[in-house]
Ligand binder design. Sequence first.
Ligand SMILES: NC(=O)c1ccc[n+]([C@@H]2O[C@H](COP(=O)([O-])OP(=O)(O)OC[C@H]3O[C@@H](n4cnc5c(N)ncnc54)[C@H](O)[C@@H]3O)[C@@H](O)[C@H]2O)c1
Length: 345
Amino acid sequence: MLKSIKVGMIGAGGWGENVLCAYQQNPYTEVAAIADLNAARAEEMAKKYKVPKVYSDYKEMIAKEKLDMASVATPDFLHREAVCYCFEAGLHVFLEKPVATTMEDCEAIAAAAKKSGKKFMTDYFMRFIPQFRDVKAAMERGELGEVVQGYARIDDAISVPEKMLRWSKDSSPVFFVMIHNIDAVRWIVGCEAVEVYAKQQKKKLVSMDIDTPDSVQALVTFENGATVLFDSNWILPRTFDGLNDQFVRIVGTKGAAYINLTNQGLQIYKPKFDGDFEHANRSTVYTNTMFHNHVTGCVERSVAHFADCILNDREPAITIKDGVEPTRIACAIQESLEKGIPIKL
Ligand SMILES: NC(=O)c1ccc[n+]([C@@H]2O[C@H](COP(=O)([O-])OP(=O)(O)OC[C@H]3O[C@@H](n4cnc5c(N)ncnc54)[C@H](O)[C@@H]3O)[C@@H](O)[C@H]2O)c1
């Protein structure tokens, strides 16, 4: 039974590496091959994580390897083609967030997943962070009552759109960062959004020739009347001592919950900045951290959950609908930004 799930990685860039590492350390999964358009990157990752095969074309990888599942970590706007192809080839699919950057792509992915009958999960990994799980549990026990109001901030440092992603102009703070809070808050509130109204600022990144918003604030109204302000930018200055800033407040009729993940309880100030992103504190304790030579954190938990669903034929905790609805909210935010008016869902 051990190492019984053969994984094909499609895209092994910055984020793909974290997921790849989690598969290699999971007792039930092994990455049989990597497909990445960037051959040098694929080779580098294969060598580092002892993956036997490398391809530049994922279709060739799927044809030649006996895979059980694909893990798709290509840029946000490129998910559809690869994911739909994998479902047609009869593979289970683990997909990085967001499902897509248009509802057309998102619905095509959801339809392909349903038609295939294979397991599908979007990697909304906030659900595997203990603080979010505890707030959801408090909601389920009725301790917060009904959600009335919320505030959900998640920001990235400017190095993310400037240096980390070559494709940031084809995404936005909504699809790349805010989507995490959209998913987590929708999950906690426990009902669907009915209206969004959003505003953006475009100053800093456009001046650097990166045509994407610096910041977006979106007021989302849910079916139960709760209003939540989603607040994201990806221009935090280089001097900010982390890659992300995250704070969520949920106020209910009976109680309130505060989640502060900005420093993840850890600040390390090194004698000098190192690495590409020039940050003293990468704030990855809950995300990915090594413990006794084993990667732990929400990335590892998310991958382990999906492997368990395949092995034991369980429905992933993050369903197809859970993948689609945050994308629907993100697309409505985009429409509100373009039209300058509130959008009904
Ligand atoms: N869960 C998280 O917190 C988190 C964090 C960062 C990124 N992500 C998501 O992961 C995905 C990848 O982001 P990233 O930061 O790794 O981007 P990246 O640009 O570092 O890596 C993307 C990789 O995909 C490859 N690629 C592109 N098209 C391909 C194709 N058709 N076939 C094979 N390979 C292809 C590129 O060559 C590149 O190596 C995105 O959807 C992003 O939103 C999630």
